[in-house]
Design a protein around this ligand. Structure first.
Ligand SMILES: Cc1cc2nc3c(=O)[nH]c(=O)nc-3n(C[C@H](O)[C@H](O)[C@H](O)COP(=O)(O)O)c2cc1C
Length: 439
């Protein structure tokens, strides 16, 4: 029997799926409707300073006919009066005591203002607070959002103001618009945060309409960088999550966000250390009903793997994340093409010939050309297997016997011991000894 319930930094929910702080979690109407359909928690659309939004707010990125592969927005925090939000948060929590109601907040950088909104949030009965240090537009120009997340000292200072008075768990939501996300992560930890949420949206310009020459979204002819989200950002989000999960100085529960649409996406975030996962774009695109597939899919997969709780597999992929210097240089794979599956599109040949290392031949066989890998020349880059449109037609096959291992760090230590400088000649000698091909 699978149990999906989680405890993320002291915030409990019956399943790991939370609405991210965004339009779908804007009101009691929406949050209650989401809970009815099975969502485990919500992070209320950020509340705080008085703001006014503009139209148009969103720009979409379509890829090969897929709508909203990414969405870019210049939306601000909630533009509903703060009293209305507080009243609705309290009502929602009263009606749904078993779900996680987290409130995202963001105010100007004054201690009294932060502590005041924290106390008022606690009064609603909410389960937790999320500090929005990530909004990349509009608010950051006013010294809030990403302007805080990008400066670890501010991040620490404001988080300390909050944790000083908060009696409920505090999650810090980080911006990916920074070179090394571990620094604000460490600042959050030093300020006694209970967990970290990431990522918020990525600075972007989503495109230009070639008929009107207007940047999207266009606000009466003006535009700006906006926050990018949706399926296209998932790899970036996974990287940032792994950075936080791997850092021994941080060691805090993670709420993973960024491009999650399916249960498979969610499982990947959990494997990289997330306890809860938050979704925004997928809900904006398909509605709350996706929770059914998320819960059912994750449950079935966990059953098939013999996992009974989220903790059974949480973080299982984290230790694979390592430095290049620790990769085994002697691990050798080559591409093999299953001729019974090949549809002779020749995409692998073209990719290898023009975009990689010229190790696939086109051999005339009967009325078509057959693609054949010259294994002795294949560098094992795997581009051909990535462009091949047929599942399982090109596989990367390991050809070393696993008996030898040498990492770059070990090799450099060996060179040092032997008094060998790092030269192309010395590297070539090592490569030749181990039959490593270079093109
Ligand atoms: C239109 C829109 C509005 C958003 N508003 C907020 C907000 O008020 N507060 C916040 O912390 N994040 C906000 N976000 C960011 C999301 O919470 C989330 O971090 C981001 O969209 C990545 O998740 P996704 O790929 O599932 O959309 C917003 C995102 C979008 C697309």
């Amino acid at each position: 029997m699978v149990d999906l319930s989680i405890n993320c930094g002291g915030i409990k929910s019956p399943n790991p799926f939370w609405l991210a702080s965004a339009p779908p979690s804007n009101s009691a109407y929406q949050n209650c409707k989401a809970f009815e359909q099975g969502w485990g928690g919500t992070v209320w659309k950020t509340i705080g300073e008085p703001v006014m939004n503009v139209c148009n707010r969103y720009g979409g990125l379509d890829l090969n006919g897929e709508k909203l592969a990414g969405i870019n927005n210049v939306e601000l925090i909630s533009d509903r009066p703060i009293e209305t939000n507080f009243k609705e948060i309290a009502e929602t929590k009263r009606l749904w005591s078993d779900r996680a109601v987290v409130v995202s907040i963001m105010v100007e950088s004054k201690k009294e203002t932060w502590q005041d909104i924290v106390k008022r949030t606690i009064d609603t009965g909410a389960d937790g607070i999320e500090l929005n240090y990530g909004c990349p537009h509009g608010m950051s120009e006013r010294g809030m959002g990403a302007a805080v997340g990008q400066v670890p000292e501010y991040c620490k200072m404001i988080t300390e103001w909050v944790t000083e008075v908060s009696t409920i768990p505090v999650l810090v939501k980080l911006t990916p618009n920074i070179t090394d996300i571990r620094f604000p992560g460490r600042a959050a930890k030093a300020a006694n945060a209970d967990g970290i949420s990431l990522i918020n949206t990525i600075n972007s310009i989503v495109g230009i309409d070639l008929d009107t020459l207007k940047i999207m979204p266009s606000v009466a002819g003006k535009s700006s960088h906006g926050g990018f989200a949706g399926p296209a950002v998932k790899p970036i989000a996974l990287h940032h999550v792994s950075q936080i999960a791997k850092d021994p100085e941080i060691n805090l529960p993670i709420s993973g966000i960024g491009g999650i649409t399916t249960w498979q996406d969610a499982a990947e975030f959990i494997l990289l250390g997330a306890t809860s996962v938050q979704l925004c774009t997928a809900v904006m695109h398909y509605g709350f009903r996706i929770i059914e597939d998320l819960v059912e899919g994750l449950t079935n997969w966990m059953e098939s793997k013999g996992f009974t709780t989220i903790e059974d597999f949480r973080g299982k992929a984290v230790e694979q994340v390592d430095d290049f210097g620790n990769f085994n240089l002697l691990h050798k794979t080559v591409a093999r093409i299953d001729q019974t599956k090949c549809i002779h599109c020749n995409l692998c040949y073209i990719a290898c010939e023009d975009g990689a290392h010229q190790c696939i031949d086109l051999l005339p066989v009967n009325a078509h050309n057959e693609t054949k890998v010259r294994e002795e020349d294949c560098v094992g880059c795997c581009l051909c297997s990535l462009v091949c449109p047929v599942d399982g037609c090109i596989s990367m096959v390991r050809v070393d016997d696993g008996s030898e291992e040498k990492t770059w760090n070990e090799l450099m230590a060996e060179f040092k011991k032997e008094g060998k400088p790092l030269t192309w000649e010395n590297l070539a000698e090592f490569q030749k000894k181990h039959g490593i091909v270079i093109h």
